[in-house]
Design a protein around this ligand. Structure first.
Ligand code: CDP
Length: 212
């Protein structure tokens, strides 16, 4: 079984994907970590995020063992990731890794921006998670405060808005729901309620399709 979960920053898709993976015993790939890692590696090499050729080279050389590096969640890395994510060469270099990951025997859940549209267009279940901008900014702000990061709510709001704009308006693989995706609005849902709604949806879909 392959499940695609897409959506904008701080919509809750990552937490949802992790919990769905545990519940249905699937492997999980946070595809945002790939783009974040490319941005991290460019910075480590002192390169420019706007250099498409260098970004593509970093994507080709990416070491999957470095994807759980906690610094990938530092403030600013998400924005940097969205800059390199606009390059078709970078997306191309990361696509096969994502598709290979999804072929595991256990089945897999991948979360990102273009999983249901481009990476796994044949996924058995596609969920596009949304939530109002203010609610998403509040969630991300609280997350960063818990980590002790020196951020302001206004700064986090502006960063998420900028990222939404960049992710929706790039010409290659823009963030958008697949035609056959289920929209899940988590504006008024806590994680438990969002999880229950997603499990219901997946269980119904598996029932209908007799999914592997
Ligand atoms: O966790 P959060 O939603 O804040 O971000 P993320 O999922 O880690 O993604 C970071 C950035 O990587 C996004 O803003 C996108 O620009 C890019 N990304 C993408 O283009 N395609 C994906 N499948 C996943 C992430």
């Amino acid at each position: 079984m392959m499940i695609a979960i897409d959506g904008p920053a701080a919509s809750g898709k990552g937490t949802l994907a992790r919990r769905i993976a545990v519940h249905f015993k699937l492997a999980h790939l946070d595809t945002g970590s790939l783009y974040r890692a490319v941005a991290r590696d460019i910075r480590r090499h002192g390169g420019s995020l706007e250099d498409a050729a260098e970004a593509a080279e970093m994507a080709r050389q990416l070491d999957p063992d470095t994807l759980s590096d906690p610094s990938l969640r530092d403030p600013g890395v998400g924005e940097a990731a969205s800059v390199v994510a606009k390059f078709p060469e970078v997306r191309h270099a990361l696509r096969e890794f994502q598709r290979d990951f999804a072929q595991q025997k256990s089945g897999a859940v991948l979360d990102g921006r273009d999983i249901g549209t481009i990476v796994l267009p044949d996924a058995h279940v596609k969920i596009f998670v949304i939530a109002d901008l203010d609610v998403r900014a509040r969630r991300r702000y609280n997350e960063l405060m818990v980590r002790g990061e020196p951020v302001t709510f206004e700064g986090v709001l502006a960063a998420i808005k900028g990222r939404d704009d960049r992710d929706m308006n790039r010409s290659t693989s823009p963030m958008k729901p697949a035609a056959d995706a289920h929209l899940l609005d988590t504006t008024k849902l806590d994680i438990e309620a969002a999880f229950d709604a997603a499990v219901d949806l997946i269980a119904r879909k598996i029932g209908q399709q007799g999914c592997p």
